[in-house]
Design a protein around this ligand. Structure first.
Ligand SMILES: Nc1ncnc2c1ncn2[C@@H]1O[C@H](COP(=O)(O)OP(=O)(O)OP(=O)(O)O)[C@@H](O)[C@H]1O
Ligand SMILES: [Mg+2]
Length: 261
């Protein structure tokens, strides 16, 4: 068995003539919190979309837990334990925090009309299990006081915590976080970081996280992978990434710089 939970082999994605991801190869070791950084437009989100089954690859392949998952749709990957969060959180605004989490697990018996008519007790029992799990997740994330609040009323940071919470409703193995820390205030960012570390240590989640905040990356990630123009430019420690000439150049060339707060 490989110690890598994820292997990307020579992956490419073209949008018309534009190569958003271009001959990208990388490996993510099981048990790590691996960071992915890179200038705007370097293909990070597209890479996640390809891995998580939200986009079809133009060429190349993806191996997850020693299984070829290239172009497998998102809902199938979800049941294999490969989950992702989105750069823009998408909660159900008119449902409470608790209800949002209870929406996550698929294949609930209550969704089948036949069960609703003939096995109401089965549905009730299942709903209770899911509710208990959702409450556990809410407590884990310190969102207890917001349990019955409409998700649409949460702050940006609290919505990001809820996004993370959705990954905890199932037995996740690999979670892809796309800028989960962006726009989150310092205090909540700390909570978010603590929750990620706790999930990594206590529940064995492997994380792969795109982030622009080098402080946040530095605190959580080892190693960090730097993308530029659709492929991997650098892999190593955050400290070495900050010093690497090619990395600095790739940021400067795009007129952006490595954010260090
Ligand atoms: N659906 C799409 N159709 C056409 N072009 C796209 C599409 N999605 C992404 N692109 C282009 O692909 C390139 C990579 O975009 P991507 O969103 O993957 O970058 P990113 O590294 O996540 O950037 P950011 O840090 O700003 O989030 C960009 O030039 C972008 O404009
Ligand atoms: Mg992006």
């Amino acid at each position: 068995m490989s110690e890598n939970i994820l292997e990307i082999n020579n992956l490419s994605k073209y949008f018309g003539g534009l190569a958003a991801v271009s001959g990208c190869s990388l490996k993510v070791k099981k048990g790590t919190i691996t960071g992915i950084i890179g200038p705007n437009g370097s293909g990070k989100t597209t890479l996640f979309n390809l891995i998580a089954g939200n986009l079809k690859c133009s060429s190349g392949g993806v191996i997850f837990n020693n299984e070829n998952i290239t172009d497998i749709p998102a809902y199938e990957l979800f049941s294999k334990g490969l989950l992702r969060t989105f750069q823009i959180a998408h909660e159900f605004k008119n449902l409470s925090v608790l209800e949002n989490l209870m929406m996550v697990p698929g294949n609930q018996s209550g969704e089948q009309l036949i069960n609703a008519i003939f096995k109401p007790s089965l549905i009730l029992e299942e709903e209770n299990i899911i509710k208990r799990k959702a409450i556990e997740v809410i407590e884990f994330l310190n969102l207890g006081h917001l349990r019955n609040e409409l998700a649409g009323n949460l702050s940006g940071g609290q919505k990001k915590l809820l996004e993370l919470g959705r990954t905890m409703m199932v037995d996740a193995k690999l979670v892809l976080l796309d800028e989960v820390g962006a726009g989150v205030n310092r205090t909540l960012l700390k909570d978010l970081g603590t929750a990620i570390e706790k999930l990594n240590k206590e529940k064995g989640y492997t994380f792969c996280m795109i982030e622009h905040d080098m402080d946040f990356i530095g605190r959580l990630c080892d190693p960090v992978i730097v993308m530029a123009e659709g492929s991997v430019l650098f892999e190593g420690s955050v400290e070495d990434a900050k010093k690497d000439e090619r990395v600095i150049e790739s940021y400067l060339g795009r007129g952006s710089k490595i954010k260090d707060n």
